[in-house]
Ligand binder design. Structure first.
Ligand code: ZN
Length: 246
């Protein structure tokens, strides 16, 4: 099998505006996410792209050579060009995997792929988060125990305005009492989509071993299973002869 080609996309704004975020992620959150993928998938070709690059680092040519794209954005969702969103959507429908992280729930691409508002409840109060594995046989849960915890995270709670997931891998419980569907799978066209909740910028979540393992497992799971080039042909010449019936 060819090496898995993963592009880690980062908005790369908080890191430069908030010294607390810059201290946790001195090379950017995208660099930490990429480092985790390389740690767990040593044979994968992992690279990064950011909002500030031409085409946000996602040219047609680069996306054509991408098997799985991960997406973290928050304060600059509206700065992402619609042309790039169209392009990513097309590639997902063709078969590219898409992993949307944390505040990416409100990204243009996630809302485009799912077709709902993707809103949720939130709180920044250093809640402890416990991620329960509710589908232990799923490839994204490989290598995990029955649950794992993050000592401090932002809380995301229900209702989460998403279409019912095709598969549910994690449900989170928070110290304040809320629960949230924190690991959700969908298929759109030929592409696999995974949403993974943790990853608020002021916490070292993308340095956490379990979080890194989940993102790596998800990248492998989302590997394209062939490619579907969209077309809508008029099938004027069917394989069988159609007889005229009186
Ligand atoms: Zn957040």
């Amino acid at each position: 099998m060819n090496p898995l080609r993963v592009v880690v996309w980062g908005e790369n704004v908080h890191e430069h505006k908030n010294p607390k975020v810059g201290a946790i992620y001195p090379r950017g959150m995208h660099a930490a996410i990429a480092e985790g993928l390389r740690e767990f998938l040593p044979t994968a070709a992992v690279s990064t792209a950011t909002l500030q690059e031409a085409d946000h680092g996602l040219s047609v040519a680069r996306l054509a050579e991408t098997d799985v794209l991960t997406w973290w954005g928050h304060m600059a969702h509206d700065k992402v060009s619609d042309e790039v969103v169209d392009r990513v959507q097309k590639r997902v429908l063709e078969g590219m995997g898409l992993i949307v992280l944390h505040s990416g729930h409100y990204s243009k691409i996630f809302k485009r792929m799912l077709g709902t508002t993707c809103s949720l409840t939130w709180r920044e109060a250093d809640d402890r988060e416990r991620l329960w594995v509710c589908n232990p046989g799923h490839p994204i849960a490989r290598g995990l125990g029955t649950y794992f915890e993050l000592p401090k995270e932002e809380m995301y709670g229900e209702p989460f305005a998403i279409p019912a997931p095709d598969e549910q891998v994690f449900i989170s419980w928070f110290e304040g009492g809320e629960v949230f569907r924190s690991g959700c799978c969908w298929q759109r066209g030929n592409g696999k989509i995974f949403y993974f909740r943790p990853g608020h910028e002021t916490y070292p979540t993308y340095h956490d071993k379990n979080v890194r393992r989940v993102i790596a497992n998800a990248a492998e799971w989302a590997r394209p299973q062939g490619q579907w080039i969209d077309s809508c042909p008029n099938a004027k010449n069917p394989p069988e002869k159609i007889s005229l019936k009186a």
